[in-house]
Design a protein around this ligand. Structure first.
Ligand SMILES: [Cu+2]
Length: 133
């Protein structure tokens, strides 16, 4: 007794679909859970916290609470805010693990760091990201 070819093909397709769709569903959940936020306050000519630890995919939001203007300027790299006046915010999403030093372009004493750690996923998911992210 053998199955008609079309039925066998349908069964194979259903089996493959059953093994792939739960995976994509889990990836969808991980992507949905990924957006995270952390906050840095700029006040009294300092960033607080001085060192912020986040995981990959976190958006860091800086808020200038001083009456004078400051900036968030990467020490090495191309991210940064430009001038932030009182009450203004700057947001940047860290997409790659690493240690990111930054400073205020106006006040040399204002230096701080964001440390971006790998997420809880398998390391190869991080390695697989394209360079430059
Ligand atoms: Cu400043």
């Amino acid at each position: 007794m053998s199955l008609p070819r079309s039925l066998a093909t349908a069964l194979l397709a259903a089996t493959l679909a059953g093994s792939i769709f739960p995976l994509t569903a889990r990836m969808g959940q991980a992507a949905a859970a990924a957006p995270r936020r952390a906050h840095v306050t700029i006040q009294n000519f300092a960033f607080a916290p001085l060192t912020l630890k986040v995981s990959v995919g976190t958006t860091v939001v800086w808020t200038n609470k001083d009456t004078v203007a400051h900036t968030v300027t990467a020490t090495h790299g191309r991210w940064g805010s430009g001038t932030l006046n009182q009450g203004q915010t700057y947001a940047y999403t860290f997409k790659k693990p690493g240690t990111y030093a930054y400073r205020c372009a106006f006040h040399s004493s204002m230096v701080a760091t964001v440390i971006v750690g790998a997420p809880g996923h398998k390391p190869r998911a991080v390695v697989a990201r394209p360079a430059g992210y």
